[in-house]
Design a protein around this ligand. Structure first.
Ligand code: OGA
Ligand code: NI
Length: 354
């Protein structure tokens, strides 16, 4: 087993000596079984209750879990199995689909790249192959070229399973965004135009190997998700995701619930809602015995979308808290600083605060 890189230890954030583990019954679990498709979003009481619960959870936590979400059990299990098979391959084989500066899709190993921040391996793919734009040059973020997915040869079913899961999770994401729009008092289709072209959404498979010194490392350090909405599937029996509770800043472990999906609002919903629904910090703890897997869908608008607080929510009492910005340029600037490890502060929505 690899040692924890000493640079990692120095860079790690403060960890309490006796972390209070508060089980996360408090993070709301919402049953959305009465919503199976967009056609059924009629105005009945059950759906109104679901929308109210989603609104309350988004405001109070920025996170919630959904059960009976309509993604078929076998699609989710197949995806987890294929991901596990892929990550269990020899490093040499995984390196055949390694991401690089030209194309950020594929495999990434923090050991290989000496990324001292996170104790994990990832595999990224876009949901619409050939669509995700990246800038042709760092000097002109508007001129973009598409990137294509890299598919491993093993396991042979990987590509099909991954593409099937992408279809299902994208459907769910658009339903969730419709419910979130309604919870803000907006028309259900308020975000449809902005998400109509799926050019920047992607799926990240995260694999966290056992860590010899789990108290010195983090699977993913504290961060907020930059995009629209995140839908995460975690292992049934290996927990690790922690969410920062807004009321007191305490780290709350998200308890695995069989078949549930974890949903959180990203930075863009924070801006659109003018801070009503804040994008909340989260991180991943590792352990010395068990590896852990998560499958994360980042649901993002098209790269050309201009983001700013929604006019319907702005008035004299609630003035816009952000200047407008272009999502594609924002995303590419962040990716560039991440990849090149430029010694500059990562671009954040707070840079656009008025
Ligand atoms: C992420 C993330 C959490 C997890 O990939 O952005 O927060 O449980 N992952 O893997
Ligand atoms: Ni995250």
């Amino acid at each position: 087993m690899a040692e924890v890189n000493p640079a990692f230890i120095q860079s790690i954030e403060h960890r309490p000596k006796n972390p209070t583990i508060i089980e996360a019954e408090e993070i709301p679990v919402i049953d959305i079984s009465s919503i199976t498709s967009l056609d059924h979003l009629s105005n009945n009481n059950i759906i109104d209750d679901i929308i109210t619960n989603i609104g309350n959870a988004s405001e109070k936590w920025g996170f919630f879990q959904v059960i009976n979400h309509g993604i078929r059990h076998e699609k989710l299990e197949n995806m987890k199995l294929a991901a596990r098979k892929f990550f269990s391959l020899a490093v040499e084989e995984k390196k055949n689909v390694a991401k690089d500066e030209d194309n950020p899709m594929g495999y990434h190993d923090t050991e290989l790249t000496k990324n001292v921040r996170d104790w994990k391996q990832v595999f990224d793919y876009t949901t619409k192959d050939g669509c995700t734009p990246i800038p042709v040059s760092p000097d002109d973020l508007q001129a973009v070229k598409p990137v294509t997915n890299r598919w491993p040869q093993h396991p042979p079913e990987f590509r099909e399973v991954a593409e099937e899961y992408a279809k299902e999770v994208e459907k769910l994401a658009s339903i969730m965004l419709e419910l979130i729009a309604r919870s803000l008092g907006l028309a259900g289709n308020r975000f449809s135009e902005l998400f109509k072209d799926q050019t920047t959404s992607f799926i990240r498979l995260n694999y966290y190997p056992p860590c010899p010194s789990p108290h010195l490392a983090l699977g993913v350090g504290r961060h907020k998700d930059a995009g629209g909405l995140t839908i995460l599937a975690q292992d049934d029996d290996v927990e690790g995701l922690e969410v920062r509770r807004k009321t007191d800043g305490e780290w709350i472990r998200v308890k695995p619930i069989h078949g549930a999906l974890i949903i959180n609002v990203g930075d863009l919903i924070q801006v659109w809602s003018n801070d009503k629904y804040e994008s909340v910090e989260h991180r991943v703890i590792v352990n010395s015995e068990k590896d852990r897997l998560s499958i994360v869908f980042f649901y993002n608008p098209a790269h050309y979308v201009t983001v700013k607080p929604l006019e319907e929510l702005i008035n004299d009492q609630n003035v816009a808290k952000y200047k407008e910005f272009n999502w594609g340029a924002f995303l590419m600037t962040r990716k560039n600083t991440n990849f090149k490890k430029l010694n500059v502060e990562n671009l954040q929505i707070s840079h656009y605060k008025i």
